[in-house]
Design a protein around this ligand. Sequence first.
Ligand code: SF4
Ligand code: SF4
Length: 298
Amino acid sequence: MTGHLFNIQRFSLDDGPGIRTVVFLKGCNQVCLWCHNPESLLPAPQVLRKDSLCTRCGRCEEVCPHGAVFHNDAGFLTDHTKCVRCGHCIDLCPSDALMLVGYDKTVEEVVKLVCKDRDFYQRTGGGVTFSGGEPAVQSEFLLQCLEACREQGIQTAIETNGNYPLELTARLSPLLDYVMVDVKHTDDEKHRRFTGVSNRQSLASAQYYLAHNATDLRVPVIPAFNDTADELQDILRFARESGAKKVTLLPYHTFGISKYTNLSMPYTLGSEPLSVAAVQAMVDTLDTGGLAVEVNER
Ligand code: SF4
Ligand code: SF4
């Protein structure tokens, strides 16, 4: 079986216990306004234009047989709804400014690559982490990868938004040694406004994982979304009542903004980054009720 990926990162120390290989699957079922991996959102490969290399020569617009390239004051842009990923513009760009983000790999290819670092996993308590995008969007591919990694004795983890039916959560759960699941907001209307979807399935999945797996709840702390003391307190209350032991807060940053330009995608949030110190200062005013609350940067 084949899956759509956009990256495989070896020797990661930030995506679960120990040294890990992180497999980034393409495609997401939410559109979070602050997403710092916009190349993960579409399920298919995408043309990326490195703005710093583009000389605005216009060759890509000339050669595109599908009218998928246009320009405005900001430069040359790709209309991903028209692009069929034929690659003509990439081949003919004189500045090597264009590339395709995303590629396919079979389950066997992924597992073979993951197994290369088996010694490091064993020495550090690490393993493989499936991330995205939302890895569960390619649910059958993910399930097969997890089963195959388990057969090879590799510890498994997932970074997930939990936004899928509980039937899928229950199929994934027994194949996972560690779960990092996002809890973004306890208010459904606000969650819909900033992510495009209800929080109902995410909260239910988080509770399921907490009951069945070693689970870390992750909270991206985003200005004007969930960065008040009351909103964070509500999330901590949900976590405590759901049996969480640990919550990790991820202060908003803007490292991914240039990717939006390169992918011809709009970035609409327009907020200033939050410092770790500012988020920590707010946490210090909250009633954590015995929860371990860590503030770090993603
Ligand atoms: S992406 Fe390449 S072909 Fe297109 S305008 Fe820029 S330099 Fe020219
Ligand atoms: S990959 Fe093909 S369809 Fe897409 S923008 Fe380039 S030339 Fe046009």
